[in-house]
Design a binder for this molecule. Structure first.
Ligand SMILES: Nc1nc2c([nH]c(=O)n2[C@H]2C[C@H](O)[C@@H](COP(=O)(O)OP(=O)(O)OP(=O)(O)O)O2)c(=O)[nH]1
Length: 165
């Protein structure tokens, strides 16, 4: 069981990103999410975090599980991870941005923009974002970090449903 969740909210060709206000990766864009509370299911957690951070309340059916992301260091002194989701925002829901929140600034960004610009997203965004937005398969994305930078990345098909984590 991992500690965190992370979700990318999608509307047509844009995604809602959070410009992080705190370390690590302060000033970089990421999805929204947070820490899973004891005995909270990952899907429940991400729906709660999205409501808290963006004000948007999603139905379970609009939030899709996209696998996991894990991290450790070269010496394996730490290991943790998160559950990845992509949520579809129905087009009829109006949503005004940017919005300043306690976590940072939220803004809609063109998917093409974030995929094709290096160093605007948190350290590992470019390794997994395209996959989770366009690939129907579910993967485990495993990273080794050194001082918050990716030194190794492995991607493996995941045969585990969210219900069995
Ligand atoms: N892209 C990416 N996101 C990550 C990684 N590690 C990691 O925690 N996150 C995400 C998961 C969460 O959505 C968010 C957690 O960061 P945070 O510093 O705001 O966590 P927090 O303990 O304050 O949690 P909370 O109070 O918001 O519930 O960052 C990573 O390696 N890559």
């Amino acid at each position: 069981m991992f500690t965190y969740t992370l979700c990318f909210i999608k509307r047509k060709d844009e995604i809602l990103l959070l410009n992080r206000e705190k370390p690590q990766w302060m000033g970089a864009w990421n999805g929204v999410g947070g820490k899973i509370e004891r005995e909270e299911e990952p899907l429940k957690n991400i729906i709660r975090e999205m409501k808290e951070e963006t004000g948007l309340l999603f139905k379970k059916e609009d939030v899709h599980y996209k696998g996991t992301l894990s991290w450790s260091d070269v010496g394996n002194t730490y290991y943790d991870g998160l559950y990845l989701f992509v949520a579809e925002l129905p087009e009829q829901i109006p949503y005004v941005t940017p919005i300043k929140t306690a976590e940072g600034i939220l803004d809609w960004k063109k998917i093409e923009w974030i995929l094709h610009h290096e160093n605007v997203g948190v350290a590992n965004l470019s390794y997994f974002l395209e996959t989770i937005l366009s690939d129907q398969e579910i993967y485990e994305h495993a990273f080794i970090y050194e001082e918050d930078q990716v030194v190794q990345f492995k991607k493996k098909l995941l045969n585990q449903s969210l219900e069995s984590v």
